[in-house]
Ligand binder design. Structure first.
Ligand SMILES: Nc1ncnc2c1ncn2[C@@H]1O[C@H](COP(=O)(O)OP(=O)(O)O)[C@@H](O)[C@H]1O
Ligand SMILES: [Mg+2]
Length: 310
């Protein structure tokens, strides 16, 4: 048995002439929040539907907690909670009735059912809304209700498709807190977005997909520290001569003069950046400015995606 909460192994899905998902592999560990990023049409929803057993891959397989979505779909369903990007309206019902309906569908009975419903309402702070009709809820509250429903059967893996779309900033902060709290309890979370900033400061790892193909996958902290930094150096005296010296240094690329300063790319960590400055001073250069624009998830995203939309 694998200790991975989710393992996507080489899945391909073809619709007519469109390769919606093309040989995609990645994995998520228990307690990990993984951001699934890519522009519209990249293949995120198709991948999530396959993980959630709503669709079968043409090639490859997915294992949830070691269980195959092809061989044992029913067992997978017990282990996952899928929140689609748009969910059916049950506007005529109240919050409690809605959750009660799904709790029954999951086979929860008697005391177990009422305590489970109370538990998910507590977690999503829906108690004060329990008698409200769903159509009277704000988008953020509907989102919380949908999440509450997804948690009723205590899944190990949560698949949230574009959960932050259309939420106001406050509801987004609440969503982030809920997701982090879920990860703290050991659940694995895969959440998609085509807007990178929605996932910043939330994910431990990211999977970037574009036109069905995997572009990058890895831990956010590692990707950020390894990404190329954009540096600027200005020295006293002749910039041209200094530029030639900089271009000779290790990890340096694309040196050019910009507004009387030397701009260049630097593909190494802070240790090497400090060594570069020392080496330049030892060569007799006199830096007055030496700065790096810090790299964030957005830079990583831009550097791995090409902007192709299928
Ligand atoms: N049921 C379907 N029938 C035909 N084409 C589909 C179907 N579902 C998705 N696609 C196509 O597959 C590609 C990926 O779509 P999707 O997985 O929804 O991307 P995303 O969620 O990243 O926006 C798109 O080109 C889309 O038009
Ligand atoms: Mg989608």
């Amino acid at each position: 048995m694998s200790s991975l909460a989710l393992e996507v192994r080489g899945i391909t899905k073809i619709f007519g002439k469109t390769k919606a998902v093309d040989n995609v592999s990645f994995s998520v560990e228990p307690g990990e929040v993984c951001g699934f990023l890519g522009p519209n049409g990249a293949g995120k929803t198709t991948t999530m539907r396959i993980i959630s057993t709503l669709d079968l891959p043409d090639r490859g397989d997915v294992f949830v907690d070691g269980v195959s979505v092809i061989e044992r779909a029913r067992e997978v369903r017990r282990r996952i909670g899928f929140m689609p990007d748009s969910y059916g309206a049950y506007s005529a019902t109240t919050v409690t009735d809605y959750l009660d309906f799904f709790a029954r569908a999951h086979g929860l009975r008697g005391k177990e059912r009422s305590s489970t419903i109370a538990g998910v309402m507590d977690f999503t702070a829906l108690h004060s809304m329990q008698d409200k009709h769903i159509d009277a809820l704000s988008k953020g509250m509907k989102q919380r209700l949908c999440l509450a429903k997804t948690l009723l059967h205590d899944p190990k893996l949560l698949i949230l498709d574009e959960p932050a779309a259309g939420l106001d900033p406050r509801a987004r902060v609440e969503l982030r807190e809920l997701v982090l709290a879920l990860a703290d309890t050991g659940k694995a979370v895969l959440l998609s977005s085509h807007i990178l900033t929605e996932l910043d400061e939330l994910c431990d790892s990211v999977v970037v997909i574009e036109a069905g193909s995997l572009q990058a996958t890895g831990r956010v902290d590692q990707m950020v520290s390894e990404a190329r930094a954009e540096m600027v150096l200005r020295v006293l005296g002749d910039q041209e001569q200094a530029l030639r010296a900089v271009a000779e240094m290790p990890h340096v690329s694309d040196t050019k003069l910009v507004k009387g300063a030397i701009a260049f790319g630097f593909s190494a960590g802070e240790e090497q950046r400090a060594e570069l400055l020392v080496a330049l001073i030892e060569l007799g250069l006199k830096p007055v400015d030496f700065s790096a624009r810090t790299t964030n998830l957005e830079d990583v995203f831009l550097s791995v995606t090409k902007g192709t939309v299928q």
